[in-house]
Design a protein around this ligand. Structure first.
Ligand SMILES: [Zn+2]
Length: 79
């Protein structure tokens, strides 16, 4: 799922939201569209997984990030 993390430039709130296509989200706090997109499309997956057995960083040639369809995702290590 295309989940992106945004930071609101108006009130400084950070939030994650689903973005379909080129829809511009609004800040859930102040409804502002003055947002900065953060690189969280892939990173949010590894946030919840601890270093206990799970091999997250594996350079197997293909992207290990299932939610990222872009090859320019730095979180995938493909960058
Ligand atoms: Zn805001």
């Amino acid at each position: 799922m295309p989940i992106y993390e945004y930071k609101c430039n108006a009130c400084g709130k950070n939030f994650e939201t689903l973005v379909m296509g080129k829809t511009t989200p609004e800040c859930p706090s102040c409804d502002s569209k003055n947002l900065s997109r953060l690189m969280s499309a892939c990173g949010f997956v590894s946030k919840s997984s601890g270093p206990s057995g799970e091999t997250t960083s594996k350079s197997a040639g293909t992207s290990s990030c299932g939610s990222c369809a872009s090859s320019s995702c730095s979180s995938c290590g493909m960058g």
